[in-house]
Design a protein around this ligand. Sequence first.
Ligand code: FPP
Length: 236
Amino acid sequence: MNTLNHLAIIMDGNGRWAKLNRLPRTAGHYKGVEVLRSITIYANSLGIKCLTVYAFSTENWKRSEDEVNYIMSLPKIFFASYIKELMENNVRVMIIGDRDRIPAETMKVIDDAIDTTKNNTGLILNFAFNYGGRDEIVQAAKAFAMDYAQGIRNDLNEETFKEYLYTRDLPEVDLLIRTGSEMRVSNFLLYQIAYSEFIVTDTLWPDFSNDELDRCIEEYQKRKRNFGGRDETKNH
Ligand code: FPP
């Protein structure tokens, strides 16, 4: 049985879903928020410890101003509707990414949710928001260099470097799911997914369901994880 402590999801396909349903792109994101609520509660019930979702990338600023503004309003919509349910389910909210460019109003809503849920001990719902994997690695390298210059550290290796990443307090990413069929990593958790299993589904995120998560987990359980070692069951 493969452990599944940390599930990461690239929630792709909101725009295509909206187009297919002759709706504005924002309606796809809105539906995406409802699906995120359902998957969060379900993942918590399965005993998964951490769910990291790619909600806004450092590249997403290139989208139209209207769409960016709408995505920046999603935390308000999400927490206004669901904070009570998150509390009832013992879910803790966290965020990873560069906070500096996020509008103050959006950041306040997120920080309030982080504060309200800080003592919860169930699933960690971790939003990658204004997140970029390369940016994270560069920031970590800078922070290490500062500590090195001040004589605080001189032991750089794969393990100690992890302490400089946003995910320092989170378990290893076991499984990465990408909805919406694209076979790309899109600058998500680059350091953390070195040995994660990867599943890409054709389902667009607004159509993703608890049943489909079950099917992904079933597929994950069939994978033989060897973390770069030799698979003894293969004849070569
Ligand atoms: C990608 O679909 C999706 C996003 C860039 C936004 C995802 C955000 C959510 C699902 C909600 C997050 C919730 C909170 C509370 C912040 P796309 O628009 O790239 O889809 P496409 O590839 O079909 O165009």
